[in-house]
Write a protein that binds this ligand. Structure first.
Ligand SMILES: [Ca+2]
Ligand SMILES: [Ca+2]
Ligand SMILES: [Ca+2]
Length: 351
């Protein structure tokens, strides 16, 4: 099972600002909407369903991988619905190492002839799909997988799960480090030319994940841990089940180290292979001083605290943890394990 480094189904965003809590947006807007969602690839239908559209020239969305540097094998995939072929070279996606200003390791372009090219660095072409690779005004699936290496590198590109180009025994590594830690989604598919395109089911992983679908679930009941205070009423989960975070309207709060909460999520239907679980919480620290939180998962009355502590920012930001495997035994996830777990946060530091 490939290790998942980041997913985004874009389902849990209400407005552009919510996208901006998870991604750093520059130069334009990302609009989330059910109108932009890819119809379900397979049952079960996810509970909440949205995609995003970029609506401005030179817009970009940037995000670091939550777990830090990954490699030497890196794979990316997503669904996209482009309205027409671009009128020129459009940079679609950039993978960097060293953060937002780091070395460009790989770049995906869409050219005026409708071909996709995957490049080492910004422009050394490794792979090319051939012309008119995508079906215009329809959903297309794009995946690529690269083994970063200065001489023995490999790369492959798939469109709608069909391999369209591959290379091996070549230099696929631009930086001295065979890693990627940051992704930029650019003015996708031709907003440079005042067009729009829809995007859904995005992932970064340690290998290609065919037909990966991002299902989004919102809390549906309280769990066993209930130290955090609801802003109204007595149900904790009801403060954080918004389809699009509602900021200071309904929330959970705590500033006491050691306090925890856990909530449950709707059970997903059994039958799908589960690549991983990504837990996201939108947090703010309105006080002076610093507060740190860690994600937790609870199974069979035991709590499993993640190693990484996240500093809560003074504006609403998403803190993200990816559980590539079940923390109880480091084994792959199953539907039953995911359905049985509780998920939450613990306040782990205050200064
Ligand atoms: Ca979606
Ligand atoms: Ca190299
Ligand atoms: Ca809320």
């Amino acid at each position: 099972m490939p290790e998942i480094f980041l997913v985004d189904g874009f389902d849990h965003y209400g407005v552009t600002g919510d996208v901006g809590a998870s991604w750093t947006l520059t130069g334009g807007n990302w609009t989330p909407s059910s109108s932009y969602a890819r119809p379900s690839l397979s049952a079960p239908e996810e509970a909440v369903k949205k995609g995003v559209v970029l609506t401005a020239v030179t817009a970009a969305a940037k995000r670091s991988l939550p777990g830090g540097a990954a490699g030497p094998v890196i794979a990316v995939g997503f669904d996209v619905k482009p309205p027409v072929a671009p009128a020129g070279d459009v940079t679609v996606l950039t993978l960097r190492t060293g953060g937002a200003s780091g070395t460009v390791q790989l770049t995906l372009h869409r050219l005026a002839d409708g071909s996709l090219t995957l490049c080492r660095g910004a422009s050394t072409v490794l792979l090319s799909s051939g012309v008119d690779a995508l079906t215009v005004d329809a959903w297309n699936r794009i995946d690529f997988e690269v083994t970063l290496d200065d001489s023995a590198g490999a790369a492959e590109l798939w469109i709608n799960d069909v391999s369209v180009d591959a290379a091996s025994g070549t230099d696929t590594q631009e930086d001295a480090s065979a890693t990627v830690d940051h992704v930029t989604l650019h003015d996708i598919w031709g907003n440079k030319y005042a067009l729009v395109a829809y995007l859904d089911n995005f992932y970064v992983a340690a290998a290609r994940c065919p037909s990966l679908r991002v299902d989004t679930f919102l809390p549906d009941a309280d769990g066993a841990l209930a130290d955090f205070a609801p802003s109204a009423g007595s149900d904790l989960y009801a403060m954080i089940d918004d389809e699009g975070p509602d900021g200071d309207t309904t929330y959970l709060s705590s500033e006491t180290v050691g306090e925890q909460f856990s909530v449950t999520y709707p059970s997903q239907a059994v039958g799908d292979e589960v690549y991983g679980v990504q837990l996201e919480a939108v947090c703010v620290n309105p006080e002076t001083g610093s507060i740190g939180v860690k994600h937790l998962m609870r199974a069979a009355s035991s709590n499993y605290l993640c190693a990484a502590e996240h500093t809560v920012q003074t504006a609403y930001k998403t803190v993200t943890e990816v559980y590539a495997t079940d923390p109880t035994d480091a084994s792959p996830w199953t539907d039953a394990k995911v359905n049985a777990a509780e998920w939450g946060l613990e306040v782990t530091s205050k200064t």
